[in-house]
Ligand binder design. Structure first.
Ligand SMILES: NC(=O)c1ccc[n+]([C@@H]2O[C@H](COP(=O)([O-])OP(=O)(O)OC[C@H]3O[C@@H](n4cnc5c(N)ncnc54)[C@H](O)[C@@H]3O)[C@@H](O)[C@H]2O)c1
Length: 254
């Protein structure tokens, strides 16, 4: 299988190249606006418009402002594409959805298979445990992270909310509140410090018991491995919008 990597000079792009080679794929071309002839193990171009390589799938970890050129390239070539870049505006997400009518696109704010399995576990626990269990989400990231709470905490909250048949308002921290916790509310808390790659904990607190579901990312490699897995899933698929949940479904066989 031949893969094109967007953002190939970046931290994630380099991990994807490693993971793709390990999975037996060929890197047909790397695309990166910072490319100025740096020595690489595969052909490189600086813009999607200059990419003429034949490939089966594309994986992009670049920057949100490159989206128009990326969508132009994948809709004209029809190349199934795994879009992993984060920080898209609502209008950009709408443009991705529109492009998915013409080409297969898989997009997820978190490409880790583990996190996507955790989403299912959270939904299952929420359905089984019901209103008697209070849910709190705690996420931890390195000191350099700009946004909070993390997009992944949002994904876990969505999984919980969609499994519940009652309102689950999000509560960020509780400073200044002088009232007890409401049934159904979901507390979301962000810890920032050091070099933590990423930790997400969903706690179900009942009467005399606690169930804590935790995902701990130890390195960025897991996102690249998930992206390569998603690429193998997406190659040859018809136009449409896919997510990592479709990959989990394929793994589970249901
Ligand atoms: N979905 C996930 O699971 C996941 C995981 C990790 C990172 N990310 C996201 O992936 C993106 C990249 O992360 P990173 O840590 O590798 O960043 P990075 O800054 O190390 O790398 C980004 C690369 O993209 C290149 N680039 C920028 N604009 C471009 C364009 N228009 N066309 C081609 N290349 C372009 C840059 O020159 C750079 O080499 C970020 O949005 C990050 O949040 C997503």
């Amino acid at each position: 299988m031949r893969i094109i990597i967007g953002g190939a000079l970046g931290r994630m792009g380099r991990e994807v190249a490693r993971a793709a080679l390990e999975a037996g794929m060929d890197v047909a071309c790397g695309v990166d606006i910072a490319y100025q002839g740096q020595p690489m193990d595969f052909p490189m171009v600086a813009a999607y418009a200059d990419c003429k390589a034949a490939a089966d799938v594309l994986v992009d970890f670049s920057r949100a402002d490159g989206l128009p050129a990326l969508l132009e390239y994948i809709t004209t070539t029809g190349l199934p594409s795994v879009l992993c870049t984060t920080g898209y505006t609502d209008a950009e997400v709408a443009a991705i959805h529109a492009a998915a009518a013409r080409v297969a696109i898989l997009r997820s704010a978190n490409m880790s298979l583990g996190i996507n399995v955790l989403q299912r576990l959270v939904a299952m626990a929420a359905r089984a445990l019901g209103t008697g269990y209070d849910v709190e989400i705690v996420e931890k990231h390195h000191r350099m992270k700009l946004d909070s709470p993390s997009g992944t905490a949002g994904m876990l909250y969505e999984a919980l909310q969609s499994a519940r048949e009652y309102d689950s308002p999000m509560v960020y921290g509780r400073k200044g509140r002088a009232e007890k916790r409401a049934i159904g509310e979901v507390g979301i808390h962000a810890v920032r410090g050091g070099t933590v790659t990423g930790e997400h904990e969903v706690g179900f607190y009942g009467n005399a018991e606690e169930i804590i579901l935790t995902h701990r990312a130890e390195s960025r490699a897991l996102f690249a491995e998930g992206a390569v897995r998603a690429a193998a899933f997406l190659a040859g698929k018809p136009a449409g919008l896919y997510t990592m949940q479709d990959v989990v479904t394929q793994v589970l066989g249901k």
